[in-house]
Design a protein around this ligand. Structure first.
Ligand SMILES: Nc1ncnc2c1ncn2[C@@H]1O[C@H](COP(=O)(O)OP(=O)(O)O)[C@@H](O)[C@H]1O
Ligand SMILES: [Mg+2]
Length: 235
């Protein structure tokens, strides 16, 4: 469904991604593990059309994404939930959510249905829908960011460090929600530093270091791997 071949990306003369090969099949939950600065977000920024790649190909359902505008990529069904949430804190929860449906503005009834589904999935968002997004707890704000992405009606979702800065119990709930979304049929590419929790819900994972994929495998293989345990799990 999603396929990257020899993708490179540079910031000026700095090569942040070097020949990245990666794929995610329909319905898969694939995790990207890597330390701060490894290149995880750069992969998502390339896929979502925010940064131009300097080489390689990125295909989504056979369509080449290179050269497409961010809005066209969302319209094609690939939606990015950025690192750090990027909400409008002074705007209401509901207004933030509705922004995610921008590409479907010609289909208000459809967006209303999606919003209703979201509120059923996250009752707390319905309860707080008129509150400023910035007044919510960190975990609730992350739900808003995730909800805004779901308003784009993704067939594949790019989730960039959704557990960052959240308390352990909230992290657990977040990963349960992500697993639920995946089981309902959405393909998920999940970038995380929280390796243990992320591998717990993953089908497969890639390890990225210095802009290169240094390892890939299914969940059990990576969980058992000595190097992975030492570098990312701790013992
Ligand atoms: N806009 C930018 N300009 C210059 N360098 C950047 C920019 N964004 C990221 N980088 C650098 O690219 C590398 C990869 O960053 P990033 O993709 O954000 O990694 P990760 O998400 O894994 O933490 C890092 O060395 C980072 O400092
Ligand atoms: Mg990042």
């Amino acid at each position: 469904m999603l396929q990257l071949e020899r993708v490179s990306l540079s910031y000026g003369s700095f090569r942040a991604l070097d020949n990245i090969n990666l794929h995610a099949g329909a319905g898969e939950l694939v995790v990207l593990l890597g330390a701060n600065g490894a290149g995880k977000s750069s992969i998502f920024l390339a896929l979502s059309g925010i940064h131009r790649t300097s080489g390689g190909s990125m295909r989504f359902d056979g369509r080449e994404l290179g050269g497409m505008k961010p809005s066209q990529i969302v319209q094609a069904g690939l939606v990015h939930c950025p690192e750090g949430r990027k909400l409008f804190p002074a705007m209401s929860v509901e207004k933030n959510l509705v922004l995610g449906a921008y590409v479907h503005r010609g289909d208000r009834a459809g967006s209303q249905r999606t919003l209703e589904e979201l509120y059923q999935m996250f009752p707390i968002l319905r309860e707080k829908r008129h509150q400023a997004a910035g007044s919510l707890s960190g975990g609730q704000q992350q739900m808003v960011a995730l909800g805004r992405a779901l308003m784009g009606r993704p067939r594949a979702l790019l989730l960039d460090e959704p557990s960052l800065g959240l308390a352990p119990l909230v992290v657990k709930q977040m990963f349960e929600v992500i697993q639920r979304i995946n089981r309902a049929g959405t393909t998920v590419l999940l970038a995380e530093q929280n390796a243990y929790a992320a591998l717990g819900i993953a089908h497969r994972a890639y390890v990225i270091e210095g802009g290169r994929i240094v390892m890939e495998g299914d969940r059990d293989t990576l969980l058992k791997d000595e190097g992975i345990r030492k570098a990312y799990i701790g013992g």
